[in-house]
Design a protein. Structure first.
Lengths: 143, 668
């Protein structure tokens, strides 16, 4: 049997809640899968839908966006924009044939180190099930 | 524009002692980094944040002419400021720094060295890719208002207000209830010194009222907070008291003649005593003025109170004014201290203790009012009412009610119950020497200065400590039966007592949500307000210029509260004494050549920092967006909404994030 597939996942975390929550997971020495690589943005509202597509194009198998809980945004309402955009991104991705299990969004606050681990494991599990992402590879696209 | 010179990147991988080096092969990361495009120097060092570590960077900047620095170490939330200063001291723009978080996000959360090293390499790769695209930024300063707002008039708020005002700055102290004093004013004695609570508190309450630099706003609530550190714009609603406080002399004739006298539970006495609809919360209230409770006053609720409201009839100075309206006051302040305090645990949430069934099961705070000379019994410990009132001979205290109890969702220790129980047990022994007092406990936490000594003293006075958590408390005649197992001797027993005192814990205030929404605060998992860092920034919050004091941040006793209040005051005074604050340098910028003036960013901006302006483009007047940098906080919501990528947050531009994504996408 071949080795289990280890997905490569890019995560966009807001500086104030989710990034701090991931930091807390570290400080608390919570152990989780190493498949997720984090890009820090100031607010989840900063995440341009293009980032998600770009990540998939560049070789990521899945994408996670994580921000403050609704109502707790450090910038008042950025996470609300993120939520709306996420709905659209997900629909668009489904439309072009991308498995919706590859794209995730979560709310993790600065005090939820434990939740961050749970989110990571869930996302890794889902993307692992979805398998390697090949659709956007050049040789797979039928011009 | 900013890509004027070729990037020469220096990469520094930190061991953090063995915190990183034990899990990540730092040599391999350095070797990997040295082959990345643009990297001139790649090194590792035991502690990058130490002086020699920083000097290493500075020497290389000078020697190798580096113009971009990547530090792979702990979280940027930890040491970004440290390394920015390092760059600045070496003459490099501080925003030419990028950090790779290989401690919190790698070495501390992954165990497999191979996987951890692989991830560390890819994070360093992403950081180098971004670093190459960084731009120099300029930090600007704006003037700061030299005044502060303190929310909450308990001992924490009082102390913060006094310290800031004593330093010479204007303070607005806003208190929700008609008087300052807070929870401390309800206490009889304070542990472990047995100081009379009122005796040490009331002078401070009076100081707050008389201080020329403090404007005391009682019976008021903060309604709106806008602006940012140094320039907060605050709206405070001063609720109508229906009493002209300039005329009221606090004589209390009105309360004595009120038609609903002694019918309304007195909040100050925890409902043990009763009050009138027009009232002063307690005799030492500051300001010593009357207030009409609009929820219970006959005239205000029904529009009729006899022929004429009695209070109005008897008031000598003619201070009663039923026409009074709420007033909204606008303030400008430079800093805000949040000292909103706590609620006590509602014991009916643990129905097995029978609080809701029997008047002889009471809370710690009710006991406090019962032993207090200013309480409804004048300090006599009595149970039952009127003729049948008697002194309890057998008293049981139950510890940890609503604390250290996952079944009610409170995992934390409330930190004061062990000691207030010991104090109340002492007071009972003092007032009823032949009383048999026992304390049912899980652990006794006597951790503070003089606490253990006091606990010893109370036990020597004959208070019995029995280790066991009652399973049930029920009534049997006029007695209460405590069903419990003494876990030290494994003896199940049923203990019949006259009075049960539940040592109820501290909880976040039920109205905390309002404060969170006003000030953009966060909560920790126990739902108290979250400090910026549990150890290094214990009074700061994630909102610049907003500080925490007292039990709003977590349960604590009076000395700790006062200490934290003084800390919050000192931190709040930093912008006030400088008279200026740095504004965010990582603001958004509009490329006016490509902006099509659609205005989506204007709508999206949470701070109304973007507006459309008309510019001349090749002889045509066109609308383009323009950013007010003083208002912009750099969240970047605008750029995600922009159709032409014309508005971009500095340091988080598409051109800086895309290379990161590309670097992370590569499967290695």
């Amino acid at each position: 049997m071949s080795e289990p597939f280890e997905p490569n996942i890019v995560a966009f975390l807001c500086n104030w809640c989710s990034y701090a929550g991931a930091d807390l997971a570290g400080t608390s020495r919570v152990k989780y899968s190493s498949n997720i690589k984090i890009i820090r943005v100031m607010c989840s509202g900063r995440v341009n839908p293009l980032f998600v597509m770009n990540a998939l194009q560049q070789g990521a198998d899945g994408v996670l966006i994580s921000g403050c809980h609704p109502g707790d945004c450090h910038y008042l309402e950025g996470n609300m924009y993120a939520r709306r955009r996420f709905g659209l991104i997900k629909e668009l991705m489904e439309f072009v044939g991308v498995d919706p299990r590859r794209i995730h969004m979560s709310w993790v606050s600065a005090s939820e180190g434990g939740k961050w681990k749970d989110v990571v494991e869930k996302v890794v599990e889902d993307v692992r099930e979805a398998g390697p992402f090949e659709q956007f590879k050049r040789d797979k696209i039928n011009w | 524009m900013f890509m004027s010179e070729k990037p020469r990147v220096g990469v520094y991988v930190c061991h953090c002692g063995i915190n990183i080096a034990a899990t990540v092969d730092v040599e391999a990361v350095v070797e990997f980094a040295s082959r990345l495009p643009g990297v001139v120097v790649a090194k590792n060092y035991t502690y990058m944040c130490s002086d020699p570590g920083q000097q290493l960077v500075q020497e290389d900047i000078r020697k190798e002419n580096l113009n971009r620095i990547v530090v792979a170490s702990c979280s940027p939330r930890m040491h970004e400021m440290t390394f920015r200063r390092t760059l600045q001291d070496a003459g490099l723009n501080p925003y030419y720094l990028e950090m790779a978080n290989i401690r919190e996000h790698v070495s501390w959360v992954h165990e497999d060295q191979e996987e951890a090293t692989k991830k560390a390499k890819s994070l360093v790769g992403a950081s180098v890719s971004k670093a190459r695209m960084l731009e120099p930024l300029e930090e600007k300063e704006v003037e700061a208002e030299r005044s502060a707002l303190v929310i909450g008039g308990g001992i924490a708020g009082i102390q913060s207000a006094l310290d800031i005002a004593d330093a010479g700055y204007q303070v607005y102290l806003v208190e929700k209830t008609p008087s300052v004093g807070g929870r401390m004013s309800q206490l009889d004695k304070t542990f472990p010194t047995l100081d009379c609570s009122a005796c040490i508190l009331t002078p401070k309450m009076v100081d707050v009222a008389n201080h020329p630099q403090i404007e005391l706003m009682t019976y008021s609530e903060v309604e709106e907070v806008g602006g940012f550190v140094g320039n907060f714009e605050v709206k405070v609603r001063q609720k109508a008291r229906y009493v002209d406080i300039d005329k009221c002399n606090g004589c209390g004739d009105c309360a004595d003649n009120c038609r609903v006298k002694n019918r309304i539970p007195n909040e100050y006495d925890e409902g043990v005593g009763k009050r009138s609809a027009i009232y002063m919360p307690f005799p030492q209230a500051v300001p010593a003025k009357m207030t009409i409770d609009p929820d219970h006053c006959l005239y205000l609720t029904r529009g009729k109170c006899g022929k004429e409201p009695k209070c109005q009839e008897v008031c000598g100075p003619g201070a009663i004014d039923f026409e009074q309206q709420d007033q909204v006051v606008e303030l400008k302040v430079g800093a805000i201290v949040v000292a909103t305090g706590f609620d006590t645990f509602e014991p009916s949430r643990k129905p097995e203790y029978g609080y809701q069934d029997s008047p002889n099961v009471i809370t710690g705070l009710e006991m406090e009012r019962l032993v207090s000379a200013s309480g409804p019994t004048g300090g006599e410990i009595l149970i039952g009412e009127g003729e049948t009132a008697r002194k309890p001979k057998d008293v049981a205290f139950i510890q940890c009610v609503g604390s250290r109890d996952q079944s009610v969702g409170n995992e934390y220790c409330s930190r004061v119950c062990c000691m207030y129980t010991a104090k109340q047990a002492h007071l009972i022994k003092e007032k009823i020497p032949d009383a048999d007092v026992r304390v049912y406990y899980m652990d006794v936490r006597a951790f503070g200065k003089g606490f253990e000594e006091f606990y010893d003293r109370v036990r020597r006075e004959g208070v019995r400590y029995i280790r066991g958590n009652p399973s049930e408390i029920f009534s049997k005649g006029d007695k209460q039966v405590v069903k419990v197992e003494d876990t030290l001797t494994a003896t199940p027993m049923e203990d019949e007592v006259d009075l049960v005192v539940l040592a109820t814990g501290l909880e976040p205030r039920a109205d905390a949500r309002g404060v969170i929404d006003l000030l953009r605060l966060s909560q920790s998992s126990d739902k108290f307000f979250l400090e910026a860092h549990p150890k290094l920034y214990p009074v700061d919050t994630s909102t610049d210029g907003v500080f925490l004091a007292g039990c709003a941040q977590g349960p604590k006793d009076i000395p700790d509260t006062v200490a934290q209040a003084k800390g919050a005051a000192a931190s709040a005074m930093i912008p006030l004494s400088l008279g200026k604050v740095k504004v965010e340098a990582q603001t958004a910028e509009v490329n006016q050549d490509t902006c099509r003036g659609c205005g989506f960013c204007v709508e999206v901006c949470p701070y109304s920092a973007i507006e459309l302006t008309t510019v001349n483009r090749f002889g045509h007047a066109v609308n383009v967006a323009s950013v007010n940098e003083a208002l912009c906080k750099g969240c970047g919501s605008c750029s995600a909404a922009c159709l032409s990528n014309s508005v971009q947050p500095r340091s988080f531009r598409d051109s800086q994030i895309m290379p990161q994504i590309a670097a992370l996408g590569v499967r290695k």
